[in-house]
Every structure is written in C-alpha cells, then in structure tokens.
Design a protein around this ligand. Structure first.
Ligand SMILES: [Zn+2]
Length: 203
C-alpha cells in the first residue's frame, strides 16, 4: 500500500508533489483548509521549493490579511533564476510567487504556508516578488500585466480587496518595490488596476 501511495504521488508530477514535503504541525486549522481548497490555475507554474530551514519551514499561515508586493532587486534575473535560488539549502528567503521578465508566474511556496519575504508579517501575508529589467525597478509592461492578473486572482480567491495589497515598504520602510516606492502615482495606479481586474470575469 505504501509503495502504491508513493507511485501515485509521483505520477501527478509537479502538481501535487508539495504534499510530500508538507511538514506543518499536522493541526488542520480553518485557515489552512480554506487555503488548501483554492485551485491553482494552469497559468501559474507550480515549482514548489523543498522544505528547508528559513526559506520554507512548512509552517502554516495564521491568516491572510494582505498581499505584499516586492521587487527582486537583482536586475535582469529571471523568475526561474530566483526560484532556483530560493531552493538552495543555504537560502533564507522565499516568496509565494515570482513574476518574471516575460510575464511568467512561478509559485514557490504553497498558499497555506509562510514564505520568508515580509519580515514580521510572514505569518499573515501572501508574497509576490517581481523581476525587473534594470536598476530602476520598474516592471516591464508584460510583467506588469501578470502582476495585475495574479494579484487580482489572489484578491478574489482570498476574500480581500485591492486596498489589502501593500508594498514591502509599508511594513518595514525598505525601498521595495523600489520604483513603486519612489513613484507613489505608479503604485496608486497599480492598486487601481488590481481593483479593475478583480471585477472582471477571468479564470
Ligand atoms: Zn521586498
């Protein structure tokens, strides 16, 4: 029976593989159950990182009160580069999602677990790290579109609204995401765009 279960686990490929690595407390809270019930759409590439110290501890989220937007701060690096970095045993940071230079979206941490991106708010936030072509930290158009789509999808599925979308800066005053801290108007537009997108019917 055990052998059969292992084969079944592998046969679903990358999609549900993270269940094998889930090392939560075993206590199934209402929050965990709610987050586990959210189906990840096929435009999100699930590449869940291994459970290892700090980057992914397997600790369940206490709640989801905000979605936190970050920039990777390393111009020109891809979503895949950053995801693979999170997966290294020595790495101490991670985010739930990475949005790449071509608009690709990679999920790195299960929705119901803590990521390691937003300091003392890791326990009740979902994190999105965004790739950018240059030092300004401005997202390219195609990347921006994906940030809006992903964030609107999260807002809809988590029972939040666009005013619950915040910057890393709003937690720690770190200049992250840089361009959207230095350009308050661009940040306000992003929030507005999330609100409009979340009102649309999309899968
Ligand atoms: Zn940040």
């Amino acid at each position: 029976m055990l052998f059969a279960a292992v084969i079944t686990g592998l046969s679903v490929g990358g999609v549900k593989l993270y269940n094998r690595f889930f090392t939560g407390t075993g206590e199934s809270t209402a929050v965990t159950e709610k987050l586990k019930a959210i189906e990840i759409p096929d435009w999100i590439d699930e590449q869940i990182i291994y459970v290892h110290n700090t980057a992914r501890t397997g600790t369940p989220l206490d709640d989801v009160k905000n979605i936190v937007i970050h920039y990777v701060g390393n111009p020109g690096t891809s979503a895949q580069n950053n995801r693979d970095y999170y997966n290294k045993p020595s790495t101490e940071v991670s985010s739930h999602f990475l949005v790449g230079l071509d608009g690709e979206i990679i999920q790195c941490v299960p929705l119901w677990e803590k990521s390691a991106a937003s300091n003392w708010r890791n326990n009740d936030t979902i994190s999105i790290e965004v790739c950018h072509p240059d030092e300004s930290g401005k997202f390219s158009d195609v990347t921006y579109e994906s940030v809006i789509k992903l964030t609107a999808w999260l807002v809809n599925n988590l029972g939040l609204d666009e005013t619950d979308v915040i910057r890393h800066y709003d937690i720690t005053e770190k200049l992250c995401p840089l361009y959207y801290v230095e350009h308050e108007d661009a940040w306000n537009q992003l929030i507005k765009d999330v609100g409009e997108k979340s009102d649309e019917d999309f899968d």
